[in-house]
Write a protein that binds this ligand. Structure first.
Ligand code: UDP
Ligand code: MG
Length: 322
């Protein structure tokens, strides 16, 4: 481990050939201006374009460039985790590769860190160039998460943040597989503060977060930091039971007090649909948690590194050099 590095910048990359050159230049410019030693750790999350070749190209002329390549696409949150496992700086910064997070803001984060804060996260005041759907679903998700958990996870905040070495070490100790890193950062505590910024549009290329990955991320966030969804089953069950009792009572009353025949089949049909719907939803919620319990018990490694450039391959949480 190189103990004298001040800053480790972790950049998860997945098929980012369109932006990576510009990202590297901007990051280098910003980090050079600190006049302190730094490393740029690119975590290649199974890209199948020219991303790897471009990054090793930067590495020929620049010792600060390091690259960890995964054997396949393991996902953004795992790429960030791997970056933390390999980072050796006194402060660690996580930033997206697409320049939606302005690298220049890192200087403000460093200033706050030097004031004594252990975590400096970047809070988005505006999101540019993203679809109405993405903005609204993200907004809704942060609010639902906020209501469902007792933990104070900052709203409208992504993974763009600076962590002190001690925070990074604590996060490395957390073994969970379905990781929602920003939640974990809140969970470990320490003194945290925000710097605000306007989120730019992607410099180039397409989003690597299709709806499917967004849903997975939000479910990881919710299930990792709240068991309220499990309790919905309880409340809904109790409410349905009550509803059923009242319903029966009304039927009984009608039977006693009137002579008209009740067309029962369509009511039964409607009830059947409602009940099956609710049952399936509840089973789904329980399934989400059970699936995650299964992931934890299997205890597979979080990721597989196929190649390292500029650093030595190591195993997670084990200080063994392979
Ligand atoms: N990313 C990744 N693995 C994935 C998906 C995304 O490493 O499976 C990286 C991607 O290269 C980018 C960051 O995660 O650096 C954020 O992704 P993106 O900008 O596509 O997400 P969005 O900003 O659209 O939510
Ligand atoms: Mg982006």
């Amino acid at each position: 481990m190189n103990g004298d590095i001040s800053y480790s910048i972790i950049v998860p990359v997945y098929n980012e050939e369109a932006v990576i050159d510009q990202t590297y230049r901007r990051l280098k410019q910003v980090m050079d201006s600190t006049k302190e030693p730094y490393e740029l750790i690119f975590v290649n999350d199974g890209s199948c374009d020219h991303t790897t070749a471009l990054i090793t190209g930067f590495g020929y002329q620049d010792d600060a460039v390091k690259l960890i390549t995964f054997s396949r696409n393991f996902g953004h949150q795992i790429a960030i985790t791997a970056g933390m496992d390999y980072a050796s700086g006194a402060a660690v910064v996580v930033i997206d590769a697409d320049l939606q997070d302005p690298p220049e803001l890192i200087l403000d984060m460093i200033a706050k860190w030097k004031e004594g804060y252990s975590v400096v996260y970047a809070k988005r005041t505006k999101r540019k160039g993203e679809t109405f759907f993405k903005k609204q679903t993200a907004r809704l998700f942060y609010r639902i998460l906020n209501i469902s958990t007792d933990l104070d996870i900052p709203m409208d905040t992504g993974d763009f943040r600076l962590l002190d070495r001690k925070v990074c070490e604590e996060i490395k100790r957390l073994p969970e597989k379905n990781r929602y890193v920003r939640g974990l950062v809140s969970w470990v505590g320490f003194q945290q503060t925000a710097v605000e910024y306007e989120r730019n549009e992607r410099f180039a290329g397409e989003t690597k977060y299709p709806l499917k990955k967004m849903i997975k991320l939000s479910l990881d966030g919710l299930t990792s930091f709240s068991s309220k969804p499990l309790k919905i089953a309880n409340y809904a069950g109790a409410a349905l039971f009550l509803f059923g009792l009242i319903y029966l009572a009304v039927l009984l009353l009608l039977k006693i007090s009137t002579t008209s025949v009740i067309a029962g089949w369509n009511l039964v049909m409607a009830m059947q649909l409602v009940l099956t719907g609710i049952l399936l939803t509840m089973m789904g919620i329980i399934g989400e948690y059970i699936g995650r319990i299964y992931d934890e018990t299997r205890d597979r490694p979080l990721y597989i590194v196929s190649e390292c450039y500029g650093m030595i391959k190591k195993e997670r949480n084990v200080k063994k050099v392979v």
